[in-house]
Ligand binder design. Structure first.
Ligand code: C5P
Length: 229
């Protein structure tokens, strides 16, 4: 299965986002809009990307009561988002509500355990005893997400092989933390190359500073495409 690169528009304003999208042209046709850009620019940025023929991953990580998440996901799908994120820890009813609200043209991706949390922090937040097996927690939440009908899961390249091995095509995996083999990891603890993510079973890779912080962003995006080819 082909792995689709999604470029993260981690910029403060719509003008910066559109400038980058127009600059990359055909090299990238799928963009991630996260909470920074969405809060600053509003749904108009999603419409602008769609008007340019691009697909949009709206990464707002909804986590609320089912009725509220229904409204948020329905609005995201209506504005043209192709993918949206919700927290798996919102529970089965919330996940099912999100899947139903997304409809046929928008996929719900579940976030299991934020990669910024370590086992001790998860144990403290959820009142569990330590030591806690984080990969078992990810697998448990993956099971819940799959049975609730989620399109896929956000997971690190480290977890992807086990999740892909267990669920196969039942869950589309989206892998962030992607870097060129010779590059700096920035603040990411677990990084993987585009080809490594593809081999690990990723359906989508989220590309951030590997391209956005490159001196030549077109050349950097072309390297991603070559690596995935
Ligand atoms: O620049 P970098 O490649 O680190 O950016 C990664 C993008 O993926 C950012 O938009 C970040 O919010 C997102 N992300 C992540 N780690 C996760 C989930 C999402 O880095 N576990």
């Amino acid at each position: 299965m082909r792995t689709t690169p999604i470029l993260a528009l981690d910029v403060p304003a719509a003008a910066d986002a559109i400038e980058l999208v127009d600059y990359l042209g055909d090299r990238c046709r799928f963009y991630k809009v996260g909470s920074e850009l969405f809060t600053a620019a509003g749904p108009g940025i999603v419409r602008e990307l769609r008007a340019r023929g691009c697909d949009v991953f709206l990464d707002l990580k909804f986590h609320d009561i089912p009725n509220t998440v229904t409204g948020g996901v329905r609005a995201a799908a209506a504005v043209g988002a192709r993918l949206v994120t919700v927290h798996a820890t919102g529970g089965r009813a919330m996940l099912e509500a999100a899947v139903q609200a997304a409809g046929a043209d928008c996929g719900v991706l579940a976030v299991t355990v934020l990669t910024s949390l370590n086992a001790g922090e998860v144990a403290a937040v959820w009142g569990r005893g330590s030591p806690l097996d984080l990969s078992a927690e990810v697998m448990r939440l993956a099971e819940l997400s799959a049975s609730a009908g989620a399109h896929g899961l956000v997971c690190s390249g480290l977890e992807a092989p086990a999740v892909h091995g267990r669920f196969g095509d039942k869950l589309a995996l989206l892998v962030p933390g992607v870097r060129a083999a010779d590059a700096t990891a920035h603040d990411q603890a677990r990084v993987i190359t585009p080809a490594g993510a593809a081999a690990a079973g990723a359906r989508y890779v989220v590309i951030g500073r590997m391209v956005t912080a490159a001196a030549d962003r077109r050349a950097a995006m072309e390297r991603v495409l070559e690596d995935l080819a």
